[in-house]
Each structure stands twice: as C-alpha cells, then as structure tokens.
Design a protein. Sequence first.
Length: 154
Amino acid sequence: MWRSRRLLSRAAERRLVAAIGAAERGHRGEIGVHLEARYPGDGPLGRAAELFAALGLDRTADGTGVLLYVAVDDRKAAVFAGPGVHGAAAPEFWKAATDAVARGFAAGDPAGGLGEALAGIGDLLRQAAPGEDVHGDELPNRVTQGAPRAGGQR
C-alpha cells in the first residue's frame, strides 16, 4: 500500500495515465511514474532505483522498464531504466527528461512536464526496444504517489 498524500489532482493523474499508455505504444518497454513529497536517503536516483524494484519494473521480460520519479517538495526528479534501455541513451537524454519535468512544475503544469518527459521516453523505447510487445502490458499504467507503508510494497 502507498500512503495517501495526493501530489497531483485526479484530472492530472488521468492525463498522465493516458500519456503512459501513448508512450508505451510501439515497443516492448514498460513505464512507471512515481511521485512523493521528499526522497529519503542519498538522492533521487537512488530512491528511483529502490522504487524501480518495489513497483515491479525490474521484472519486465526484456529488462525494458523505465521509472520517472519526482520528489515534489525537494524539487528533484530522476529517471531509472532497466538494463535493456539504460545504455540506449546518452546522459543528456535523461537530463532532458528531468528538465521537462522541472519546466512543467515551474509553469504550474506538472502533468504537462511529466507528459513531455513520458513522450521522450516513449520515443527512446521505440528505438531501444522496437517491435510488438509480445508479453503484453506487463504492468498497469498508473501513477503511484506517496511512500510505501511499513511492511507494504505496493
């Protein structure tokens, strides 16, 4: 279970779920989005790595999971990608994705910034993991928010 503090409106969350679906078309990857108020530990990338596993993105058949992570109150974002995707892009690509998130939040349109980042990630996945997704939609298209409760993963 996830703690219930809502960091996006329900309308913004619906926009993002649709953006995840669009970004997942035309390749074998899976994309997750997670928001929480603050990241615990050493930094947002480390937290993204923890959540990548907690959300099951590490269990995609081809190692093509990607997590877009945002610590809203800390104003930090990170992208963590599985082994089938990580090396497919230069570090500048991942920075451009997090910069899109920052621009959206700064403009008062977090869903717009996240959607822009998701579109770019989808384009990358169409290059890195092209083809029909023979495994189907391995994970639900959703935006998770908050921190896991003690003893709970999802």
